[in-house]
Write a protein that binds this ligand. Structure first.
Ligand SMILES: *[C@@H]1O[C@H](CO)[C@@H](O)[C@H](O)[C@H]1NC(C)=O
Ligand SMILES: *[C@@H]1O[C@H](CO)[C@@H](O)[C@H](O)[C@H]1NC(C)=O
Ligand SMILES: *[C@@H]1O[C@H](CO)[C@@H](O)[C@H](O)[C@H]1NC(C)=O
Ligand SMILES: *[C@@H]1O[C@H](CO)[C@@H](O)[C@H](O)[C@H]1NC(C)=O
Length: 894
């Protein structure tokens, strides 16, 4: 029933019509917005009332006036009635209107309530999810705890030294000593730490014959050595310095022998002793040849075959200089690869093999049959022919311009002074080294001197004569740095040298420089190498590397604190197992014996060498994927429990082939309390954050000190004004975990060649290549902090202190030098300074100018430009990928 139906039923008078029309207008104007529900319920009531009233009035008119006379009266009455009705209806409508408004507001209230309910359901769901997370993480932690609680490795049974004088039976053949029959292992348990006792040469008669310079250098390096102990009773090794003797003629072998045998800890046969002969000359004597050294090892740079006990004695380098660090400014650059001369040789032979054999025969009985061929004539003829052919520029001289240096018979004596020889070698791509004509002379100090001078200035050594025993040949892979060619191949040498590619040549030159710098350049490195060699042979790990003491800044990890919309907003996604996981340290020193037992060749033949034991390195072998699932321990947290998945599963997992881990923030601050507080506030609540460590700003080098408080392998180095969002940091960390040997960070820079000045420039302009990632916001392995502080040349740290600048460049140089890989840039951010922060020191011209200087200086120190370009940037896998609606991205913005 509608309003129209009502009109038709009583549809007669004008007034009524007007009334009704007005009424229906009103309905339209005010009621249109009313809900259908209300219209339906209330209209039937109104219509019924109206109809009954109309019918009653009609009846009454007929009764009073009769059908005719009643007509007029009836009209009036009818109008009055209608008006009355109208009034009462409109009153009723007003009431209804009030009621409607009341209901309306009630509905609004209810709606609010519904909203509130919805919200609390949502919250409850969220809480439930977090609880689930907490539970699963607790389960993880529990499992991990159980795994760690495996019974601790107990120390091996201590070996006990033999009673001092009982000793082993003396070796039947004096030259037959090897470790197994001449070394007392019981003095050197694996876990003993390799204590070394050094005799003070001044207390013994032979000490007065020693060259004072050699003695001084030796004493200085002994004082600084970590293995040296004063307590002879517990020592594993006893060291005696016996050379270089100033006036060899005055000290008879018999006297030296007597003095050695009466050393207080010689114990009848000198087991566990090492007799070191360092020399600064390429001299002629071999005093120890006629000395009975019993079970003591001999370390010197001249050996006859009959004298040398392989695997027992040590071929060491002559001590050429005693400086604490080489002067890098005097070392020529490694590039260009090709130098003026393809190869050079200068020398003079004082005595031929044939004539020297006459004397040698008397005691060298093992030389039987025909005397060995002396290749020297053929060598001279061939090399001269190469020189004359002028195919390549070569320089060979077989007589010295001045008096040749003293040398052993059959050996090619050195010509000129060290400085002259180095000048020529700087012009040589290769340096020929012709071994002595007498093949029973395994190594002579003349040859060794040639070898080290060549390595020092980057001439690649070519050793003619494969019988030679190069220094530390049982550990050092000399083939990576030098060519060893048998003498009969001398006619093929030219061809061979020409066939090598530039990149191989440079790699050899670089390796030679590493060997020289690490093992031969200073008195320190020579003594350390002798000890490391013996230590490696008996499989004892190196001493752990040093750490520094730092202060920790309290922080909260986990999500609770993240309220700054700037930083934590990754939409609805979590940023990892975020509920406050307690800080935990990375496991350390798991490879003590791996490094000495199975990995020793690598540690000897790549930087930084075998001298330190690191708590962890970025070079652990990678596990296969099965290991995550088939019980190689816990803590992997693969994505979706191993089933994989998009963003949601990804964020709850940790992924990767590495055990779970955390990182430590090291922040460089400039005494700007407010900036510092802000940046700490920004870090609060970051998942995986283990610690925040503060370093004082007295040196920029402190930024990379290996603080003892840093218990994680990963370090996030940031400036206090670096403004990074949490998701960016998390992403950077995840990328670093897969590239642990690289610097992984945000702001990229590059080195550019300055064409007019022919030098390097530091460049921060936009570019499609980069070669550095600034450590104002970057992850790197703690291993590099050790290398930066204790292994990298001091000259670089001094430059950083002088300019108060460039420490980040130095770190990039170091890592690229070690790995030969460029850094990794993550996310699209090119720069990251916060707009409101006070300007850091880094934006004026002098800052850039210094950085140009640093780069060029560092290149001089390394001898080449270690930085490598890359065009590669890392974004998350699903970044900018169109996804079905039920999948989520790894990160919302990156
Ligand atoms: C030490 O070595 C040098 C060079 O090989 C040699 O001249 C010297 O005689 C040696 N000293 C002793 C004591 O053997
Ligand atoms: C060792 O002694 C013998 C006999 O005295 C002597 O002929 C020889 O030259 C000595 N050897 C060395 C290398 O000094
Ligand atoms: C490895 O070396 C470190 C440092 O010297 C030491 O603390 C740790 O106990 C060693 N581990 C084993 C298994 O010997
Ligand atoms: C960077 O680009 C600007 C403008 O293109 C140029 O003037 C400046 O020299 C560039 N800086 C460097 C270090 O190349």
């Amino acid at each position: 029933m509608t309003g129209y139906t009502m009109l038709r039923n009583g549809g007669v008078g004008n007034g009524g019509q007007t009334c009704m029309l007005r009424w229906s207008n009103r309905i339209r104007l005010t009621w249109l917005s009313f809900t259908l529900f209300i219209i339906l319920v209330f209209f039937p009531l109104i219509a019924h009332y109206y109809l009954t009233t109309l019918d009653e009035a009609d009846e009454a008119g007929k009764r009073i006036f009769g059908p005719r006379a009643g007509n007029e009266l009836c009209e009036v009455k009818h109008v009055l009635d209608l008006c009355r009705i109208r009034e009462s209806v409109s009153e009723e409508l007003l009431q209804l209107e009030a009621k409607r408004q009341e209901l309306n507001s009630e509905i609004a209230k209810l709606n609010l309530k519904i909203e509130a309910c919805k919200k609390s359901i949502e919250n409850a769901k969220q809480d439930l999810l977090q609880l689930k997370n907490v539970i699963s993480q607790t389960e993880h932690s529990y499992k991990e705890l159980m795994a760690q609680n495996q019974p601790k490795l107990s120390l091996p049974i201590r070996l006990l030294p033999e009673k001092d004088d009982a000793g082993l039976p003396p070796p039947k053949v004096t030259r037959g000593c090897r470790l197994h029959n001449c070394f007392d292992y019981s003095r050197c348990p694996l876990t003993s730490g390799f204590p070394v006792f050094v005799y003070d040469s001044d207390q013994f008669a032979f000490g007065s014959y020693l060259d004072p310079l050699v003695k001084q250098a030796f004493q200085a390096t002994v004082r600084a050595n970590v293995y040296v102990t004063e307590n002879a009773a517990i020592a594993c090794l006893y060291v005696v310095l016996v050379g270089e003797i100033q006036e060899p003629a005055v000290l008879q072998p018999a006297d030296l022998e007597k003095q050695l045998h009466s050393l207080p800890h010689w114990r009848t046969d000198g087991h566990n002793h090492v007799i070191i002969n360092l020399s600064r000359k390429s001299d002629t004597q071999n005093l120890l040849y006629n000395v009975s050294t019993g079970r003591a090892m001999v370390a010197q740079s001249t050996f006859y075959a009959a004298q040398y006990r392989a695997g027992f004695d040590l071929v060491v380098s002559p001590l050429v200089h005693a400086m604490s660090e080489p002067n890098f400014m005097e070392i020529p650059p490694q590039v260009p690869v090709k130098r003026k001369y393809l190869f050079t040789f200068q020398g003079e032979k004082i005595e031929s093999l044939r004539s020297s054999l006459q004397e040698a025969r008397s005691f060298e009985e093992e030389m039987e049959g025909d005397p060995p061929a002396d290749y020297d004539d053929r060598i001279i003829a061939t090399l001269k022919a190469v020189q004359d052919s002028k195919l390549d520029q070569v320089l060979v001289e077989f007589t010295c311009k001045n008096q040749p240096k003293p040398s052993l018979p059959t050996e090619w004596a050195l010509c000129g002074e060290r400085e002259d020889r180095l000048e020529l070698l700087k012009l040589s791509t290769f340096a020929l080294i012709i071994t002595p004509g007498d093949p029973s002379l395994l190594i002579s100090s003349g040859c060794a001197t040639r070898l080290f001078e060549a390595l020092e200035v980057g001439a690649v050594p070519v050793v003619l004569g494969e019988q030679v025993q190069l220094p530390y040949h049982d550990m050092l892979q000399w083939n990576e740095a030098a060519l060893v060619v048998p003498k009969p191949r001398v006619t093929e040498v030219h061809f061979l040298l020409r066939s090598l590619s530039d990149s191989d040549l440079l790699a050899m030159r670089r390796q030679g420089r590493f060997l020289w710098e690490t093992y031969f350049s200073t008195a320190d490195s020579i003594f350390n190498t002798v000890l490391a060699m013996i230590r490696t042979r008996i499989q004892i790990p190196a001493a752990p590397i040093r750490e520094e003491v730092a202060a920790e800044i309290p922080h909260r990890s986990g999500k609770a604190a993240g309220t700054d919309p700037n930083m934590a907003d990754n939409g609805d996604l979590d940023l990892g197992p975020v509920e406050t996981e307690p800080p935990y340290a990375s496991p350390k020193y798991l490879r003590n014996f791996t490094l000495t037992v199975t990995d020793c060749y690598r540690s000897w033949n790549s930087a930084p060498g075998p001298f330190h034991l690191f708590p962890h390195t970025p070079f652990d072998p990678v596990l296969p994927s099965e290991a995550k699932f088939l019980g190689s321990g816990t803590g992997f947290r693969p994505i979706g429990g191993g089933a994989g998945g998009s963003g949601k599963e990804f964020q709850a997992a940790l992924g990767g082939n590495v055990q779970r881990e955390q990182f430590t923030v090291v922040m460089l601050t400039y005494e700007r309390e407010e900036v510092l507080m802000n940046s700490l506030e920004r870090l609060n609540g970051l998942p995986y954050l283990n610690k925040v460590v503060r370093t004082e700003k007295n040196s920029l080098n402190n930024r990379f000190l290996p603080w003892n408080e840093i218990e994680t392998e990963a370090i996030l180095s940031i400036d206090d004004d670096a403004h990074l969002r949490h998701d960016e940091i998390m992403f950077g960390f995840r990328v670093w975990r897969e590239a642990r040997d690289r610097i992984v960070g945000f702001p990229g820079r590059y080195h550019a060649w300055d064409i007019p000045h022919q030098s390097w420039l530091y460049n921060s302009n936009y570019s499609c290549e980069l070669s550095m990632v600034l450590t104002g916001a970057a992850f790197f392995h703690k291993y590099y902090a050790y290398l930066y502080s204790y292994v990298m040349p001091q000259a670089i740290r001094d430059m950083v202190d002088e300019y108060i600048n460039c420490e980040d460049i130095a770190m990039n140089f170091l890592v690229s030098h070690i790995t030969r890989k460029p850094p990794i840039k993550v996310t699209s951010r090119w720069t990251f300074r916060c707009p409101g922060c006070p300007q850091a020191l880094s934006h004026d011209d002098s800052h850039f100018h210094e950085r140009h200087k640093c780069i060029n200086f560092f290149v001089k120190v390394y001898g080449y430009m270690p930085l490598l370009y890359t065009q590669f940037r890392v974004d998350s896998v699903l970044f900018k990928t169109r996804l079905p609606h039920d999948k989520t991205k790894c990160f919302k913005f990156i």
